[in-house]
Structure formats: C-alpha cells, structure tokens
Design a protein around this ligand. Structure first.
Ligand SMILES: Cc1cc2nc3c(=O)[nH]c(=O)nc-3n(C[C@H](O)[C@H](O)[C@H](O)COP(=O)(O)OP(=O)(O)OC[C@H]3O[C@@H](n4cnc5c(N)ncnc54)[C@H](O)[C@@H]3O)c2cc1C
Length: 435
C-alpha cells in the first residue's frame, strides 16, 4: 500500500508532494498529462506575485512562506548537485507591482499602511502619480506601487521543474500520463483506479491517505465520494491574450519609455472587471510578450475537456486589447490598434469557491463525519501560484502533523483555508481582496 497518493500534478499537487517527500513520506503523484504540462491552471511562465496586503493578510503570509520555501528547495538542489546552479531568480523576477484603485476604495488602501510595509510601497493620487511613478492615472483613482524583493513575477513552469526534480531526489514517485478514473474507500484506506492514457489499461492502487489536487477536475473526481464538492468549487473560464508591440512601433520608443514599460508591469486594475497584465517573456531587442486578461471576466464552462482548445470570443479579446492600450496611455505611450500584435490567446480555468478563498481541507464522508485521511487542495482561483508552497506545507502538516509550534498567522491560515464547513455554509463572498 502506498502511504500517500496525490492526484494532480499542477502547482498545488506538486508542492504538496514535494513537502511530503521532503519530510520523508512515501508519496506518489499521479498526473494525467505528460511531463510537458500543457493544459491546466498552472501552465505558462508568468504569474503576479505580491507580498503587499493589509495587516494579517493571509495571502501576503502565504507569499512570504512560499519565497522562503523556494529558497529551501533551491538550496537542497544545489547541495545535491552543485554543478546545476539553481537560483531563486530562475523562479522570481523582482519588479514593482502596480495596483490601480478607485478613490472610494481608500479604506482598503489605507489598511495596507501597517508599519512593517511602509518602506515597501508607495501610493499616489491623480495629481502626484506622474511625478511619483511616471503614470497619468484617471480622475478619482489612486495608484499603489509595491517594491519588495521577489514581488513581481513568478514562473510556474520553472517552479514545477524544480519541484519535480526535488521529489525524485527525495525518493518520491511521479506517474505522468496516468489518469485517476475512480476513488473509493476500501479496507481502511483508499482504492484508486488509474488509467494509463497510452496503453488504456486500468490498474488499482491502494493508499492510506489521498490528496486531491486536480484543479477544476476535483469536482468530478469526488463526484461519488463527496458529491457536495460541486457546490464548493465552480470552475470558470477566462480568456487571456499574449500581446506584443509591433517591431516598427517598438523601435520608435526611447530608452526611457522602454524602462517605463518594464517598471509598469505587473499591473492590476481593480476598476471594473479587474484587468491584469504581466510581462510573460522579456525579449532583448524587441517588445516583451505581455500576458493580459480580465480577472472578473469569468464565464461558465460547458465542457471542461474542450476549454483549453476553444477559441476565445472576439468580444473578449477586443476588451483585453482596449485595456492594454489604456494602460499604455497612462504611461504616456500612445499605441494605435495596429501597433499591437497578438501572439496567441486562449481560455484558462479559474477554480472559484463560494468563500473566494482557496481551500486545503479534509472532507465530509457520506455519513457526515470528517475524514482526515483525504484532503482537497484547490479553489485557487487567481491567487494560488504565489502561495503554492505555503499551501503545500499546510497539506504536509495536515497529513503528517505539524512540526514546531504554530504562530498566530499559521493559525489564521488554518482557520481561513482549512475549515471544511466554511466553503459550504458561507454565503457567496463579495470580491474585493487584492490580487
Ligand atoms: C488566467 C490565470 C491567471 C492567474 N494568475 C495568477 C497570478 O497572477 N498570481 C497567482 O498567484 N496565481 C494566479 N493564478 C492562479 C494559479 O495559477 C492557480 O491557482 C494554480 O495554478 C492552480 O494550480 P492547481 O494545481 O490547483 O491546478 P492545475 O494547474 O489545474 O492542476 C491540476 C492538475 O490535475 C491534473 N488532473 C486533473 N484530473 C486528473 C485526473 N483525473 N488524474 C490525474 N491528474 C488529473 C491536471 O492535468 C492538472 O495538471 C492564475 C490562474 C489563471 C487560470
């Protein structure tokens, strides 16, 4: 019998597997895609990572723990093989993170002003934004800019590679191209049927404990086991576009303008449908590739398997380009529609929860009792990546017991993310947290 089986090798499942393997557990990760992970919420090379947040903000805490954990795995990999030279900078690109708020969100903004963060961020009204940040922002808005080491961009693909390497070095097993087709309780443990996607043969694997980290597929994996999860996690699709400034226009920009661009991403606007944009790929002599989308432009999904290859609607892509041009206009760089080149666009999936928070929780069995041998880590929506190793650590603690004494923030983290009833019984939470 395997000790612990983790279902799903995105950022959450892989982080949890690494933390379990690091602590000496016998762990197997099952991922239905091949090693070159192409479809899933963790696909791509850029996510916004931020540490700014109100006092006792669990998302900032999760980010800070993740940065520390990234340092730990890098140190481990380098100690194992000094020739490979892994670095935290392979994963994080430090750059200012800018947030645009409406003036009536002043109270939210004010709550960031707690002592420890004072030196890390600055804010500007419409009259001072150009002087402070080189941006002309709309009337009645406020710009907040965060500058802190390892706030900026996180590269999920690089992080997945290193975590997988770490898992292998610690003796954990990863089965790619294997899909979990069934999960039942049997003989005091779990029986998991696993389909080899190449040979189409199904095998049964027994495990004492299971972690379900299948992103938007979590609901279907639990459909017989814990059917109530269809009320807890609701996958939604959003369109994202990868855009570039055409060479002809980019070559006309001055060096100052090019620097301004680099300082202006990641950008997150809380006005309207919450536009976000981040540099996905910096280039040397041409325009960087920008990834942009609308955080709240979420739509229902009819067929989850097809989402990743469906063409986004023209209307959605037009909206993204419009916001992109507006952002550049704030930087006093005027782009016409023709100056923008679309590299690619596709749908991605957000796994939404009622409480709008991620969950790392044991589940209720059919009899109504709480089963602590099975955990769900999911519902990460648009905030999972930056906290993934913190959530992975929490999984390991819940499965193996916490090492050391929990501090106040850790207890808060448990309370917010790991309360099995919260997502079931809370009303739909309003949005309004930081990205
Ligand atoms: C457009 C977009 C923008 C985002 N931006 C940010 C951001 O700026 N900052 C941030 O911090 N976070 C961001 N996020 C969130 C972050 O990327 C996700 O929270 C995170 O990647 C979720 O990881 P996951 O492991 O839960 O899910 P996934 O990456 O979806 O992983 C689930 C895995 O389970 C596998 N699987 C499914 N079913 C089975 C099965 N039956 N058997 C075996 N394997 C299975 C899938 O193949 C997949 O690999 C964004 C997300 C999206 C979609």
């Amino acid at each position: 019998m395997e000790n612990i089986v983790v279902i799903g090798g995105g950022l959450m499942g892989t982080s949890a597997t690494w933390k379990l393997a690091e602590r000496g557990a016998k762990v197997t990760l099952i991922e239905r895609q091949e090693e070159d992970y192409l479809h899933g919420s963790s696909f791509g090379t850029a996510r916004i990572s931020r540490s700014l947040g109100p006092k006792k903000d669990v998302f900032s805490y999760a980010h800070n723990i993740t940065v520390k954990e990234v340092g730990n795995i890098i140190a481990f990999l380098n100690a194992e093989n000094p020739k490979e030279k892994h670095a935290v900078e392979d994963i994080y690109t430090t750059s200012p993170v800018s947030y645009l708020f409406h003036r009536n969100q002043y109270d939210t903004i004010d709550s960031f002003r707690f002592k420890k963060q004072k030196k890390d961020f600055n804010r500007a009204s419409q009259s001072s934004a150009f002087r402070k940040f080189g941006m002309t922002i709309p009337v009645n808005t406020i710009l907040v800019r965060e500058r802190k080491e390892y706030s900026g961009t996180l590269n999920p693909t690089e992080l997945l590679k290193k975590l997988r390497l770490g898992i292998a070095k610690k003796g954990g097993e990863i089965k790619y191209g294997h899909e979990v087709a069934g999960l039942v309780k049997k003989d005091g443990g779990f029986e998991i049927s696993i389909l080899n996607t190449k040979t189409k043969k199904t095998n049964a694997l027994k495990a004492k404990k299971v972690i379900v980290a299948a992103g938007p597929y979590t609901v279907s994996i639990l459909k017989d086991f814990a059917p109530y999860f269809n009320r807890v996690i609701t996958p939604k699709k959003i369109a994202i576009s990868y855009l570039k400034i055409k060479d002809e226009r980019y070559s006309q920009l001055t060096e100052t303008e090019k620097n301004t661009i680099h300082n202006a991403f990641p950008f997150f606007s809380q006005i309207g449908k919450e536009y976000f944009a981040v540099i996905s790929k910096p280039e040397k002599n041409t325009s960087p590739v920008f990834k942009a989308g609308g955080h709240q432009k979420r739509r229902n999904i009819h067929d989850l398997d097809k989402v990743w290859t469906d063409e986004p609607r023209k209307k959605e892509l037009k909206w993204i380009r419009k916001q992109f041009r507006k952002h550049f206009k704030m930087l006093e760089i005027y782009l016409s529609k023709k100056d923008i080149e679309e590299v690619k666009s596709y749908y991605c999936v957000y796994s939404d929860t009622r409480s709008k928070n991620p969950l790392i929780t044991p589940i209720f069995s059919k009899s109504g009792s709480l089963d602590r041998n099975i955990l769900v880590i999911g519902g990460m929506s648009g905030v999972g990546a930056k906290g993934c190793l913190c959530y992975g650590s929490l999984c390991a603690d819940l499965m193996l017991g916490k090492e050391g004494k929990p501090n106040k923030m850790y207890r808060k983290l448990l309370n917010v993310f790991s309360n099995p009833s919260v997502n079931l019984y809370t009303r739909r939470a309003k949005r309004g947290r930081l990205f």
